[in-house]
Design a protein around this ligand. Structure first.
Ligand code: APR
Length: 315
């Protein structure tokens, strides 16, 4: 009997459970949800599995606090981590350095468990700070760089396209463009490479409106936190799922992904968001776009921001 694709999602919280939800809805494969809170991944998996007769999917769902069930996964999505929190006593938010230290340990531990049981898997890192956590997963797994990638660009691009479609009153499907760079305030939206069904964006929207949308995109994560009090998860999960789909269906989709660069765009040994062809082997090719001087400067600022976080890591 042929075997279905196997997708492991570590972290059964908001992003992880919602990624599982989209994945089975799209019939992408069997899903194993892993979390440290006993009962949580099992409960999420069972609840979702019980929706299958209504929703019409046959993918199997398993929840576990261990890793044996994850063996021989094709793709592993790592969402395990803690968000930045406000200390109720001091009113202070977790500092960036503290967050790196906490999530580094979580992602390192998870990656080791995954790598021994699924040595051929493609790892998609989602935990934040994203670009730094990709470095952790890369070093701890010992996998080739093509099989350790990060999800940020698809989400940032989705937000950018959504805001543009709203401003232009056209379908989201007709907006083509990309956001590169690191995940954070220094991300690099590329209006000069954005089109509406092939028509350059710059012919359709005045510069001040484009600038406002770029700013809103950069602050997109914070806008949701401001409304909900915690991070968004529908769009992050849909974006993770798009990457999973490109891999398990070998679609060769061109998706902005955090990739370890080896000379591309002039950078070395740094994870940064670039257009990548994703197929069953993970990153099958990185596409080098021609960037203008202003875009190159923005990418440099973004790369420096990523370097600042990466230097906190012990690699
Ligand atoms: N192993 C497995 N699961 C873990 C571990 C661990 N070592 N540590 C934490 N978790 C689990 C938590 O128990 C929780 O269920 O990870 C889950 C995280 O879920 P949420 O707190 O709901 O966070 P979420 O919004 O899903 O974000 C997850 O993605 O976008 C990023 O910044 C975000 O790093 C964060 C991650």
């Amino acid at each position: 009997m042929s075997r279905r694709n196997k997708i492991t999602i570590v972290g059964a919280g908001n992003v992880g459970a919602t990624t599982a939800h989209w994945a089975v809805q799209k019939h992408l494969g069997d899903v194993v949800l892993v979390d440290i809170q006993d009962g949580f991944p099992q409960g999420k998996a069972l609840d979702l599995a019980e929706s299958s007769p209504v929703m019409g999917f046959d993918c199997k769902l398993v929840g576990s606090c261990g890793y044996d069930e994850t063996a021989d996964s094709d793709v592993v999505v790592i969402t395990a981590g803690v968000p930045r929190r406000k200390d109720p006593k001091t009113g202070q938010y977790t500092s960036r350095d503290e967050l790196v230290e906490i999530n580094r340990k979580i992602v390192a531990g998870v990656t080791k468990e995954i790598a021994t049981r699924s040595p051929e898997a493609v790892i998609i890192c989602v935990a934040n700070p994203l670009d730094a956590m990709c470095h952790v997963a890369f070093h701890e797994s010992g996998f080739p760089k093509e099989r350790v990638i990060g999800m940020a660009g698809v989400l940032d691009t989705a937000r950018y396209k959504y805001f543009l479609s709203e401003a232009l009153g056209v379908s989201v499907e007709d907006i083509h463009g990309m956001v590169l760079g690191g995940h954070g305030d220094t991300m690099v939206p590329l209006p000069s490479h954005t089109s509406v069904a092939g028509i350059p964006l710059t012919e359709l929207l005045p510069q001040d409106k484009i600038d406002a949308i770029i700013q809103r995109t950069r602050k997109g994560g914070g806008e949701i936190v401001g409304l909900l009090g915690y991070s968004g998860y529908y769009a992050p999960a849909a974006s993770s799922c798009a990457m999973v789909e490109a891999i398990v269906r070998d679609r060769k989709r061109v998706l902005p992904s955090a990739c370890l660069l080896s000379g591309e765009y002039g950078y070395n040994d740094l994870y940064i968001g670039v257009p990548a062809v994703l197929g069953k082997n993970g990153v099958e090719r990185i596409i080098e776009m021609k960037l203008g001087p202003k875009e190159k400067d923005m990418l440099e600022i973004s790369a420096n921001a990523v370097r600042d976080v990466v230097k906190l890591l012990p690699y």
